[in-house]
Write a protein that binds this ligand. Structure first.
Ligand code: HPA
Length: 247
């Protein structure tokens, strides 16, 4: 069984057949909400809305540890994480679907590890390749089969939020090598690695990052939702294909 973490624009996976909700507790506190089990294109999956079902939890307030711990507890085969992002690289225009292969973490003050506290041995997990190559390949292949164009490989810069970035900050991110910018990619990916869960991200570009393209003067969040809805439909098609042939 695969897990899907839905981001902005995917609070509810309406393609899910016979959905069943289950509230679970964790030693790390409250997760973002109840888990929804159901069948997606014939395969059993579990869905979690990262920002809560009412979209009320801000990126820096998400209990990433509780969410990831729950999915480990369920022994999921892997996690497909959806994320809406701003496009920095010129070709990553709104409406583009991207499967990132690298991360730069600009977040701070988030609970970012399971390995802390008295009695826990100091542990440094390898994170050279932050995403699961096999799940990334699965997404790329699924997109091909579904006839959806995706960009394979990009650097995800994760900012703290909840405010959007300044144009100066985006320029700095670009000089650092970031191709897209979001607020929820970390510590989610690192926590999945700590618990040895396969994890890949399918990113939906919903706006030009600050200072770029039509966001030269400001980012219009109204337009953001329109692109998000349209592109999310395509993202779900890719996910349907990705979870096919899994137990
Ligand atoms: N910046 C950060 N996070 C985002 C953006 C952005 O421009 N768009 C969607 N999530």
């Amino acid at each position: 069984m695969f897990a899907i973490i839905g981001g902005s624009g995917l609070v509810k996976l309406s393609a899910l057949e016979s959905p069943r909700r289950r509230v679970m507790r964790t030693p790390y506190g409250e997760p973002s909400g109840a888990l929804t089990f159901g069948r997606l294109a014939g395969s059993e999956v579990v869905f979690l809305a990262r920002h809560g079902y009412g979209h009320t939890i801000a990126p820096h307030e998400i209990n990433y540890r509780a969410n990831i711990w729950l999915l480990k507890e369920l022994s999921v085969e892997g996690i497909f994480a959806l994320a809406s992002v701003g496009g920095i690289r010129e070709d990553l225009v709104p409406g583009t679907l991207v499967i990132p292969d690298q991360i730069i973490d600009y977040t701070h003050s988030r609970k970012a590890t399971f390995f802390e506290g008295s009695g826990t041995p100091v542990t440094h997990v390898d994170f050279t390749q932050p995403y699961s190559e096999s799940l990334r390949a699965r997404l790329v292949q699924a997109a091909r089969q579904a006839g959806e164009v995706v960009v394979d490989g990009a650097v995800y810069g994760c900012t703290q939020g909840p405010r959007l970035e300044t144009a100066g900050e985006i320029n700095r991110l670009q000089r650092d090598g970031a191709d897209l910018v979001g607020m929820t990619g970390m510590p989610e990916a690192a926590l999945a690695r700590e618990l040895e869960l396969e994890y890949a991200c399918l990113a939906v570009v919903v706006n030009y990052a600050a200072g770029k393209g039509t966001s030269r003067e400001r980012i219009e969040l109204g337009e953001l939702h329109e692109v998000l809805d349209e592109t999310m439909v395509r993202a779900v098609r890719i996910l349907e294909q990705s979870v096919r042939d899994s137990a």
